[in-house]
Write a protein that binds this ligand. Structure first.
Ligand code: PAN
Ligand code: ZN
Length: 185
């Protein structure tokens, strides 16, 4: 019988295979204004990749879901851990689910009132991101942090709404994870 071979995720690495994939790399030079210490960012190699995203190329129609994997590499800009840009969904009411696959980090969640919380991300962790909630991954470990995500095709991304940024930042200080209130930027 000609069974359909669906796409696959290799759980241990997050590698997506057998599907039509879209890939995007985000580099140090793309992350202007994201980290607290921009001069420290400018001292790093601009072409250095901070995170890769792979998305199964599926339909963006109302009711359909996207599946993607983010690989966030270990590193810091100054003392601040590598992180994704972070966003609200353009359609604010649309939620998302993240599943930790490997590595160790944090998921920063923030509502429209600016109230933030942090969830630990590790292999097997499940993160329910409600609507109206901005989200950002932070790699606090020394390995790659990989997470699988499923979100509505109609959700879209709104990066500009976070122009003032998240209200929490995460740094390494004396080999410890330090959470600080962001300065009014
Ligand atoms: C994820 C993110 C991915 C990259 O697929 O888009 O982790 O983060 P930024 O989009 O903030 O650069 C997702 O949340 N999609 O909705
Ligand atoms: Zn999202």
């Amino acid at each position: 019988h000609p069974f359909i071979q669906p796409p696959q995720v290799e759980w241990a690495s997050g590698a997506l295979t057998k599907g039509p994939l879209l890939r995007k790399s985000t580099r140090i030079r793309d992350l202007i204004g994201i980290f607290a210490d921009d001069p420290a960012r400018q001292r790093l190699a601009g072409e250095h990749v901070v995170y890769d995203v792979e998305i199964l190329a599926t339909s963006p129609a109302e009711g359909e879901l996207y599946t993607g994997v983010t690989h966030l590499y270990p590193g810091r800009v100054g003392d601040e851990y590598f992180m994704t840009r972070g966003h609200f969904h353009a359609r604010r009411e649309q939620g998302e689910v993240y599943f930790g696959l490997r590595g160790n980090g944090l998921l920063l969640l923030q509502n429209e009132q600016g109230q933030a919380r942090l969830e630990s991300v590790c292999a097997g962790s499940i993160h329910i991101i409600p609507g109206f909630t901005a989200h950002r991954l932070i790699n606090t470990g020394s390995e790659v942090l990989s997470a699988l995500a499923v979100w509505p095709g109609v959700a879209g991304h709104d990066y500009a709404a976070l122009a003032k940024g998240f209200t929490l930042r995460v740094f390494e200080e004396n080999q410890q994870i330090q959470v600080r209130e962001a300065q009014n930027e």
